[in-house]
Design a binder for this molecule. Sequence first.
Ligand code: ADP
Ligand code: MG
Length: 231
Amino acid sequence: MTALALTGVRFRYHPDSTDIINIKSFDMNRGERVFMFGPSGSGKTTLLGLIGGLFLPANGIVKVLGSDVSTMGHGARDQFRSREIGFIFQVFNLVPYLNVLDNVTLPCRFGRRVSSGFADATVEARFLLKQLGIASVTNSSVASLSIGQQQRVAAARALIGSPGLIIADEPTSALDADSRTEFLSVLFAQAKREGSSILFVSHDKSIAGQFDRSVGLADINNAPGRAGGDL
Ligand code: ADP
Ligand code: MG
């Protein structure tokens, strides 16, 4: 089964502006790890928002794990995203009034299952925080964390329950080279445990070699003025 299938997807923010996204077709296999690059402003975050059902395309089909996100209503899309997609946002979107543990288990309160082998969400969350090297902050307020720690909490929240698709929007941009490699190896190891696919977006091509496949957004996007960009 494919993890992701985009067909004829077009999107613009305002009816009278130009398309930001115009993709004839783009697919990802189950378990595949794809690196997508493109310069700032080229539409990477917009594309991830379409895949995650944060907004709807004007035309086309966005199929995630076999389900057509683009025909779901607002509530169904929110529910689908919480359950089936591990989303690491460019700005982490951690919930400030919840501690680290409660941020990580949040998707499970919205219906995401726990990975096999774990008694409950708390047990899996503790395991992930340990893998990510931040077990010591389990009960801390997220506001007290460094950027690198917040990034790992966002990763743990995306990984809990081993969702079929993990989407990461420039999650390593604030990390130095060593932390970046370590972050990626943990992300990959956790994704591999249950065959999660990863769509990882960045303008930093230095890490592309660690993925199964590398795709330039400009090479699949035919929106006017958005083709040909490269960094
Ligand atoms: P990237 O993630 O590659 O930097 P974005 O997807 O954030 O690119 O932005 C693509 C284009 O869409 C940019 O020109 C940006 O200004 C525009 N854009 C992004 N978000 C919005 C929005 N909410 N409303 C209007 N235009 C937007
Ligand atoms: Mg972006």
